[in-house]
Write a protein that binds this ligand. Structure first.
Ligand code: FES
Length: 72
């Protein structure tokens, strides 16, 4: 069982707890994380201008993603 929970927002980003998070680019360089935030929102719509972070562009793009996990 993982301690990390990534939350899929309906029609929006992936929300990840920032506490122990480190995001690196393809060269291994770390992206600065937003200061003082409990969570980080990662773009999954492809429209953000600040990838890998969500900038809210998914709303204007009317991104649709409402998949649900199997019931256990
Ligand atoms: S999910 Fe928000 S800009 Fe892509």
């Amino acid at each position: 069982m993982s301690d990390i929970v990534i939350r899929c927002r309906e029609n929006g980003p992936l929300v990840v707890p920032a506490a122990t998070l480190k995001i690196v680019d393809h060269l291994g360089n770390a992206f600065p994380l937003p200061a003082g935030k409990e969570n980080v929102a990662l773009c999954r719509c492809g429209h953000s201008k600040v990838k890998p972070f969500c900038d809210g562009s998914h709303r204007a793009a009317t991104f649709q993603a409402s998949e649900t996990a199997p019931q256990s």
